[in-house]
Write a new protein. Structure first.
Length: 200
């Protein structure tokens, strides 16, 4: 791994890029879409995409900061009292923090794929406790647990508990959502990297 000289210009660009990617992530949080294999109250977005790009360009700290800032911005328009933003931050930080940390020590295309996939899988696994203990208890204020299970049963009748629903649906869904960001990042990162880093 090459030694990196952290100059004042590096930190200036780091701050500027982090702010720009955070703003893009915040905007992407509004571009939600439904997923046919999931209950209708679950929406997907690609707001982790700029955070993953930041993690590759400037390291895991940049990616995690993008996740934090975009969610702090979203707090201003939150309808979940910060619960949704907290869950989004935790999962995003697991994803891009892991990917950025692995990629940091070996910056090759193969390692970028490995780092991203590992990050996406860990985000999927982390979604189980995050949804079980943070997100869904908030949902219960508006939608009884039985009604949520019924929504999952409409897709697979064998679902009997929230834990089973999360394991069979949310964990693979969250990992797959991360993998979509991975594919897009791998397609565009090579072209964006020189611009983000200020290389000519």
């Amino acid at each position: 791994m090459k030694n990196v000289v952290y100059t004042k210009s590096f930190y200036t660009r780091y701050i500027a890029v982090t702010g720009m990617l955070s703003a893009i992530g915040f905007i992407l949080m509004y571009i939600e879409f439904s997923v046919p294999i999931m209950p209708s109250f679950i929406k997907a977005d690609l707001s982790e995409l700029p955070a993953l790009i930041g993690a590759f360009a400037f390291g895991p700290s940049c990616g995690v900061l993008v996740c934090l800032i975009k969610n702090l911005l979203h707090l201003m328009v939150s309808t979940t009292g910060g619960v949704g933003e907290l869950a989004n931050f935790i999962l995003g930080a697991v994803f891009v923090g892991t990917a950025g940390l692995i990629y940091k020590y070996k910056k090759t295309k193969v390692n970028a794929v490995i780092a991203s996939v590992v990050g996406a899988v860990l985000m999927g696994l982390a979604s189980f406790p995050v949804n079980l203990f943070i997100t869904y208890p908030f949902y219960y204020n508006f939608m009884p647990k039985e009604a949520i299970i019924t929504a999952y049963q409409a897709i697979i009748p064998a679902m009997q508990s929230i834990e089973q629903c999360l394991l069979c649906f949310n964990v693979p869904y969250t990992a797959a959502k991360g993998l979509i960001s991975v594919v897009i990042t791998l397609l565009v990162y090579k072209h964006l990297s020189p611009m983000l880093k200020g290389n000519r």
